[in-house]
Structure formats: structure tokens, C-alpha cells
Design a protein around this ligand. Structure first.
Ligand SMILES: [Zn+2]
Length: 401
């Protein structure tokens, strides 16, 4: 049993059971949030002629000639727990503003946080799914900054001891993007709480604060800078979405902000070991936008290099504008923010036992990568393997041999 030193229990969330086997083929319902590859499968002709794909690929390689991009992604996953991370308020997307709040998530003086056990369970599940080392003892820290949607003046997060670290994720690129297997490193997974939301008036003359989201549990997944193209990054994000959906820890819905990706992109001459200046891109609502935003940003940076204006690549946050298909500056960074982290004094350490981790491990469903390999070993084509394993609407099909 769990040896977690928790001061409270919450109503358990019901995880989707994956043990029930379906023997009928479910009709795939088009997800609103599809990868470029998935949407290509769904809405475009089955496959463009090979020559066009090759020409596109060659054109892309031509453009990056002499340079390579280095891409890392920070992903925030909002957990589908019944209650928030440190209080008993529920959270339902779209609720009346400020209707699910209490002194704890509003940050009233003297209110004390109580850890929701389900957050730890979800973190361990995701950590195991991402092949991470799980920390037997971890702790929470205060990350301090001022923002109007953060009344406490700090966010409860994890700093030097994340609950999971040093993992990796395996994925298969869609056939139409050249196919192939990829393995990307996971630096860490840590638990933290979300902030509230600012609602800006149409005139722009005032903003309102909605604290419903304050205190909602998040897992932040930090990748190693292992990706080199927009499609690799988009497929990495899509694989994380599949994993959290398979595990039932989050709905992974990008439009509602349940899965948010911040992408760091830099370019460097091929053969150079040190990284170039990295630019952060935010504001992407789908994996196809991630793909396009990164490819645009790579081209922009390479062009500046080629024109001898590499000094114009500065550390900054850029936003993706879908209508113009360009990134533009949101804010320049003046150096690393100092959040003055220190251990959260109102929460005990999170202490796990091997029995607890083993129990969670045994309860895990078959994950996308294992499913793909199983289908591949059954002799299915990679296109069929990806269709069956990657769409969570058809992922529960049991093929009878
Ligand atoms: Zn609350």
C-alpha cells in the first residue's frame, strides 16, 4: 500500500478501465485535435503522390542546408482529478467564473494546502509510462512571482527533486512524413498547480480574474532537446497526448488548455556542438500548428544566419499567429527569472514505497508504443498500426488472431 505521507484523501477519480475488450470495430470519431498526420489521414486524400512528398522533403532539407535545428518542449498536462491539487474544490472547464474556489485556492492568509493523493498517483503513472526513474522521496517548492491571476504570489511546484526524471518516449513517424522510429529523452516530470485566468474585455480597457483554474493539478513534462524538425516535435506532443489519454490521467484537450506545449527552438551550423540562441514559442492550439510554427521559426533563424544577421536572434518568447502563419515577438527576455524557490513549508515530503509503485505499475494499461509493436509483430503495415494504435477511439479494439 501507499506510504505517501499525505494529510488528506480525495474522492478517487475513476480511471478508464482498459481491461474490457471490445470485439467489434468502433467507428473512429474524428478528434478535434489531431496531429498533422492524423488530419492528413482524415481530411485529405489518403496519401499524396510519393513524388510530391519526396519533393517537399527534399525542399525542406535544401532550406536547412548547413544548419540543424534543436528543439525541446515543455508540456503542461492538466489532470482530470475530481478535486484540485491542494483543496477540495472541483474543477470543470467552462464553469461560471469564480464559482469553484475556496480560501486555499484563492490564497487567503492562513489557509493551508492538503495534497490530493490522486495527483501523486497520476504523476507516478505518467513517470512510469515515460520510462522515468521515480523519486522515492520528493518535495514541493514555492516558485515565487507576481501575476494578477496568482493571488498567493507563488505557485506550488517542484524544483530540485521532481517526482520523475531521466525517461524517454518512443514513437513512430507517420509514413507520409518519411516514417521511422524516434526516441526522445524526458528530462523530468514534476507536479505543480495551475494559476487562474485573466479575461480581457473586448475594449482592452480592463481585465477580470477567474480563479476557477487556480490550484488545478498539472504535470509538467520537460523533454531533452532531442527533436530536429516540426513534425518530430508535433509527433512527440501527439504521443504525450495519447499516453495521458491511455492512462486516463487527463483528457489531453489542447483547445481547453488541458495540454499545453511551449517549444524552444534554436539552430546551429551542422557540426557545432554548442546550442544557438533559443527562442520560445507559445500559443499553439494543435499539433499541426506546432509543426508549422516550428518550421517557420527554423526557416526564420536560418535565414538570419545566412544573411549574416544571427545577432538578431535573441532570447525571447514569440507567439504563433495562425492567420499570418508567422511567429512574432511577445516579450524579450532580460535574463533568467529568479523565482527564489524554497521548500513549501505547509506540505510534507512525498514519500513513496516500492509496493506503492509496483501496485501502480501493475494497474497500467498497454501503452501506445507496446500496442504498436504488438500490431507490427502481427504483420500489419505501419500505416494500419498507426491508425489502430494512435487514435484513442479505436485503440481499445482487440484483434482476434
Ligand atoms: Zn479551493
Amino acid at each position: 500500500m501507499a506510504l505517501t505521507l499525505l494529510r488528506g484523501m480525495r474522492t478517487p477519480i475513476s480511471f478508464r478501465s482498459n481491461s474490457g475488450l471490445l470485439f467489434t470495430v468502433l467507428r473512429p470519431r474524428l478528434s478535434r485535435f489531431t496531429t498533422r498526420a492524423e488530419s492528413a489521414q482524415a481530411t485529405e486524400p489518403k496519401a499524396a503522390p510519393k513524388s510530391i512528398q519526396l519533393a517537399t522533403k527534399e525542399a525542406a532539407e535544401q532550406k536547412t542546408q548547413g544548419f540543424e535545428a534543436v528543439i525541446g518542449i515543455e508540456t503542461h498536462v492538466q489532470l482530470s482529478t475530481v478535486t484540485k491539487a491542494f483543496c477540495s474544490c472541483p474543477y470543470n472547464y467552462g464553469s461560471q467564473p469564480n464559482s469553484t474556489i475556496c480560501p486555499t485556492c484563492m490564497g487567503h492568509p492562513g489557509a493551508l494546502p492538503v495534497l490530493n493523493e490522486k495527483v501523486v498517483e497520476c504523476a507516478v503513472k505518467l513517470g512510469l509510462a515515460l520510462n522515468c526513474e521515480i523519486s522515492m522521496i520528493s518535495k514541493f517548492d514555492r516558485k515565487q512571482y507576481f501575476y494578477p491571476d496568482l493571488p498567493k504570489g507563488y505557485q506550488i511546484s517542484q524544483f530540485d527533486i521532481p517526482i520523475a526524471k531521466k525517461g524517454y518516449v518512443n514513437l513512430d513517424l507517420p509514413v507520409e512524413f518519411g516514417g521511422g522510429h524516434r526516441k526522445f529523452g524526458i528530462t523530468r516530470v514534476h507536479m505543480e498547480e495551475d494559476a487562474g485566468k485573466l479575461l480581457h474585455s473586448e475594449s482592452g480597457s480592463y481585465s477580470q480574474v477567474d480563479l476557477n483554474r487556480a490550484g488545478v493539478p498539472l504535470l509538467e513534462i520537460v523533454s531533452e532537446p532531442d527533436m530536429r524538425t516540426g513534425i518530430e516535435a508535433a509527433e512527440y506532443g501527439a504521443e504525450l497526448q495519447r499516453i495521458v489519454r491511455y492512462l486516463g490521467v487527463s483528457n489531453g484537450n489542447m483547445q481547453e488548455g488541458s495540454l499545453r506545449c511551449d517549444v524552444n527552438v534554436s539552430v546551429r551550423p551542422v557540426g557545432q556542438s554548442e546550442f544557438g540562441t533559443k527562442v520560445e514559442i507559445k500559443n499553439m492550439n494543435s499539433f499541426s500548428e506546432i509543426n508549422r510554427a516550428i518550421d517557420y521559426e527554423i526557416s526564420r533563424q536560418i535565414m538570419l544566419h545566412k544573411e549574416g544577421q544571427a545577432d538578431q536572434i535573441v532570447q525571447e518568447t514569440r507567439l504563433w499567429d495562425e492567420s499570418s502563419q508567422k511567429t512574432f515577438t511577445m516579450r524579450k527576455k532580460e535574463g533568467l527569472a529568479d523565482y527564489r524557490y524554497f521548500p513549501e513549508p505547509d506540505l510534507p515530503e512525498v514519500v513513496l514505497s516500492t509496493d506503492y509503485i509496483d501496485e501502480i505499475s501493475k494497474s497500467m494499461p498497454e501503452l501506445p508504443e507496446a500496442k504498436r509493436r504488438r500490431y507490427e509483430n502481427m504483420g500489419l503495415s505501419m500505416q494500419d498500426v498507426l491508425f489502430l494504435a494512435n487514435d484513442d477511439n479505436v485503440s481499445h479494439i482487440c484483434l482476434v488472431t
